[in-house]
Design a protein around this ligand. Sequence first.
Ligand code: WT7
Length: 656
Amino acid sequence: MSSIDSVLKENRLFPPSDDFRTKANVSGLEGYNALCDKANSDYEGFWAELARELVSWKKPFTKTLNDSNAPSYKWFEDGELNVSYNCLDRHLEARGNKVAIIFEADDGAVTKVTYRDLYQRVCQFANGLKGLGVTKGDRVVIYMPHGIEAIVAMQATARIGAIHSVVFGGFSAGALRDRISDAQAKIVITANESVRGGKAVPLKSVTDEALGLGGCESIEKVIVYPRTLNKCEHWNEERNIWWSALIKGQPTDCEPEWVDAEHPLFILYTSGSTGKPKGIQHSTGGYLLGTQVTMKWVFDYKENDVFWCTADVGWITGHSYVTYGPLGIGATQVVFEGVPTYPDAGRFWSMIEKHGVTTFYTAPTAIRSLIKLGGDLPKKYDLSSLRLLGTVGEPINPEAWIWYHEVVGGGRCPIVDTWWQTETGANMIAPLPGAVATKPGSCTLPIPGIIADIVDEAGAPVEPGKGGFLVIKKPWPAMVRTIWNDPERFKKTYFPEEFNGKLYLAGDSAHFDENGYIWIMGRIDDVLNVSGHRLGTMEIESALVANPLVAESAVVGKPHEIKGESVVAFVVLKGNRPEGEEAKKIAKELREWVAHEIGKIAQPDEIRFGDNLPKTRSGKIMRRLLRDIAKGQEITQDVSTLENPAILEQLRHSAL
Ligand code: WT7
């Protein structure tokens, strides 16, 4: 880490316009500083006040933070609430006829759902779940296309106090099985298939396959939503039930299950540095508060906004800024089923025009690919409804930032570059757009109440310009509560002994610049960031070695123009090292294998075969050398500890 020195090159500063600043929910640096001062002088009081203002409680809390069992922090623990009540019921009086969701399907068909409609659909489905015997604390796996029904399923699960675990529809049967089995889920909610970019993707048959792999004996029912007219094979009368049959005759009201603030709202699996994904468990009260406060401050939410976060509900961004954030605050939001490039690379821009989107939140990888496919396309559309832009998932390169700002935002919209993680629940470091001037590529300053720092190995703060570990120094309401089934791993990963168990270790390296702005430099663990998605190198390696041909493998990341990082796998086969056409054939097979084991998103972009891998005398694979080889760089590092230096030459020429 001490060798990480940052290169400061971006100094352009973009303050908000006077108009934006004047109307903003947090106005000017004075406004930002006043909130930070409040948090500094009375941390618990600061959060308690926000929790009373932004969350509706059935039973008010009297205790704010309980840190007696750190790092298992508890927030608002004696308060009672229901998240679905907060997202639906509380809006009915003032906003019953307000559109909650403008859904645009892959083929362009638009469906609008009001808060009252949504309330009724959620209640019916919640009653249906109850009818199947789902009760408080039961786990429900949701493996669905991105759309209204997925949101209904999540809200209904929350309504009855059950715990959802959404599995992204691009994950394979194996990945689905692992998550069902770890969560010991009772129900899977799925669809016959999903539709993206004009193509149907099977879901029900993958679910069947997952259940057939073993370890899913906890599953009692599989609810199937018919997204397309294609029929389902292998309908199991006992296990399967159609969505329509489940809600048939169910009342359109359902008393919410009031739960403690600390009751788990959901589990969401994410990759870590071992082969096994971590079940990140979030709470009810603190999590909801995190989404609400950031909707207000970071997205500067206004009653007439049309909010659009392009993330799928299969990821944390889709949880916090599709299912819970916008609905909690009573927003109208766009939900888009498809992909940004179908039918062409103008899809996002045409939808912004059509629906009058004011706030648009997407990922740098999408921005980069759209620049490449049609940098002038936004100019063909009227994007004047936009007032605020956002990004998330990885650092945004200044070129893409400037394009987003000029071509999409017409130079008038602030860009909120939001740093956060599955574990943090909500935005953590991001400019409050009417207060903090932005710099292309920096996520700027922590939001008020988030105490972030960058430290060295000893936990001491680093000087500006020096790289270090990004840490959070105080617990915050929306933080991860534990890793499902693995509290030890929770402690070790996020509150390591090295920092006395006191600092939350984010797993990113970062540096401050001379203005105290934070610049994220990348992961410090064996985690890749491919198109804004987190992939564990070990997870891909385990998938590869599970193939009968493979003896050993090492996976590293390599910079990629559009995806941010691409996946390079070095593979040693059990038999001879393949060459020429044979190597290509096996590489293709292995790519398909990984897609089948984990999902297409984890497929190596490149596979290189060797007789061996570069290892130290103690047998540790030297990944930094593999990273250099993948990038095609000369190896200038010390290789004296290497057991078999000759292997480097072979791997250097191993590109297919
Ligand atoms: C990791 C978290 C949070 C939703 C999306 C990803 C990287 C995220 C930024 C940003 C630089 C970022 C970090 C982080 N990351 N946002 N604005 N600038 N890096 O969630 O899968 O939990 O991944 O994504 O490396 O640790 P995730």
